[in-house]
Design a protein around this ligand. Structure first.
Ligand SMILES: Cc1cc2nc3c(=O)[nH]c(=O)nc-3n(C[C@H](O)[C@H](O)[C@H](O)COP(=O)(O)OP(=O)(O)OC[C@H]3O[C@@H](n4cnc5c(N)ncnc54)[C@H](O)[C@@H]3O)c2cc1C
Length: 457
């Protein structure tokens, strides 16, 4: 019988593992909670109307259409029976099981609200297309509502945007909201001046982009200041509600009235990770990531590999590898290589070695920061590198072409191609809760702790 490989998750880890198994004599079943692969690094551009959701989320079937040894199945994996080697899945209205000989689990990370899951209603995170579209509706909607009011306090509340988490995602998001207010929406309202929007970027740590080092961090803060973004570091969020956010800094508590809040701080492993750890006796860290063996398999279970954002594996500096796309991609390829070696009778157990290709973050159009080996770039040169890298990794030729066109609209011109949001998108979160989750997805918010740094690339 052909060796059966089950892959949970069609993110960077799962997809690159599957691609690396293209010529292997295996039958692969890929199970993913959505029918598309999500390019998370560009989600903030969906939220701010630059790109469409289709551009960052190609259908998995299309991506893998030329790979005959894969069966793509829709559903959320609920449980893994590691003794019988069977995965239980909840699909839309149908539950099913899939047996495996080798299992690859690459289910990514969920947003963490550090135990305050109630914040999610008022400050959506940015982990899914639903999140991005809901945020788009809230951001553009806020200007529309502000334009209807006459009371200055109410207008200010609608025109204040607070982004929590000054890692790359939060920085990019704050920069883009500022560009929207100052360039795109300028002059489009009769009763408000969009340039008066207040954009705050808040973080409990002492610097923006703190993993990029002092030099780039300082540059980023200067650039954000030029865009009119108020950076509040060493500032902890202590409460979030519908009309504002409460922060604490130097022992002082302050309420910031703001209708639109974005949560870009903290990640935790999905609940599936906890179940898998309990079933195999593997240890987890504070963020719920599973401590894997050097080859990314689980202790005592060489047939199970855990990859990408879900794994905790020390890098050369002894610190856990970061939750970034390259770690997921390279660990996916490594797991595939281990499987191929095992099937051809070669020695296995080679440790996974991560090659750090660098970190990038955009701040505004034509301005980014890049840390590549010993090279530190900022401003326009870094932005050019950012464009090239994102185009290279964006999946699908069609998506690359349309993304370039949309970038031209937003960065050379001052428009946004994707400003539409529907009522369904605006009320998405509440609607799903009211209806009940038909999918029984397992990536819902967990109470595991995590730091904004853990989200940094
Ligand atoms: C907003 C944002 C911006 C980012 N920007 C960057 C960046 O610029 N550069 C960078 O290097 N990294 C960035 N990252 C991090 C990067 O996206 C992740 O490190 C990477 O996606 C991890 O890959 P993965 O395969 O481990 O998980 P993911 O890519 O998250 O994929 C997990 C997959 O598993 C599926 N899944 C989850 N649970 C289940 C289940 N129970 N059953 C079935 N399917 C399941 C999900 O639907 C998803 O398709 C960013 C992340 C976010 C959220």
């Amino acid at each position: 019988m052909t060796h059966r490989v089950v892959v949970v998750g069609a993110g960077f880890g799962g997809l690159f593992a599957i691609k690396a198994l293209r010529r292997a004599d295996v039958e692969i079943t890929l199970i993913n909670g959505t029918a598309y692969h999500l390019f998370q690094p560009l989600l903030y551009q969906v939220a701010t109307g630059i790109l469409s959701e289709g551009e960052v989320a190609p259908p998995i079937r299309e991506v893998l259409r030329r790979q005959d040894n894969v069966d793509v199945r829709l559903g959320w994996v609920q449980d893994i029976d590691v003794e019988s080697k069977v995965v239980s899945v909840a699909g839309p209205g149908i539950d099913y099981t899939v047996p495996y000989d080798t299992l690859i689990v690459a289910a990514g990370a969920s947003q963490s609200y550090f135990g305050n899951d109630g914040f999610a209603d008022h400050a959506p995170g940015m982990k899914s297309i639903d999140d991005a579209l809901e945020l788009r509706a809230r951001i553009f909607g806020a200007f529309e509502v502000a334009d209807l009011h006459t009371d200055p306090e109410t207008i200010e509340r609608w025109m204040t945007f607070v982004v929590v988490g000054a890692g790359p995602t939060g920085t990019e998001m704050a920069g883009q909201i500022a560009e929207l207010a100052h360039r795109t929406l300028r002059g489009q309202y009769k009763h408000i001046d969009s340039r008066k929007a207040r954009i705050l970027l808040v973080d409990a740590v002492g610097a923006v982009l703190n993993t990029f080092g002092d030099h780039l961090s300082a540059k980023a803060e200067i650039e954000l200041g030029k865009l009119g973004v108020e950076v509040r570091t060493d500032t902890k969020v202590v409460a979030v509600d519908a009309t504002g956010i409460e922060v604490e800094s130097n022992g002082q508590r302050e309420r910031i009235p703001a209708m639109t809040k974005v949560w870009a701080a903290g990640v935790s492993a999905p609940p599936l990770g906890g179940k898998l750890a309990a079933a195999t006796g593997a240890k987890t860290d504070r963020a719920g990531r599973i401590l894997v063996e050097p080859d990314t398999s689980l202790p005592g279970h060489p047939e199970i590999f855990v990859l990408g954002d879900m794994m905790n594996l020390a890098g050369e500096d002894g610190k856990p590898l970061p939750g970034v796309a390259q770690v997921a991609i390279q660990s996916g390829r490594h797991a595939a290589d281990q499987i191929k070696r095992r099937l051809t009778g070669k020695e296995t157990g080679q440790p996974f070695r991560y090659f750090d290709k660098g970190s990038l973050a955009t701040i505004s159009r034509f301005s980014a920061v890049a840390s590549i080996g010993k090279v530190r770039l900022s401003g326009f040169p870094a932005w050019v590198v950012w464009v090239a890298v994102h185009l290279f990794y964006l999946v699908g030729f069609k998506n690359r072409v349309t993304a370039v066109l949309h970038w031209a609209v937003s960065f050379l011109g001052r428009g946004r191609s994707e400003r539409v949001s529907t009522e369904q998108q605006a009320f998405a979160r509440q609607a799903i809760r009211a209806y009940g989750d038909p999918f029984r997805r397992t990536d819902d918010r967990s109470t595991a702790t995590g730091t904004a740094d853990e989200q940094a690339r």
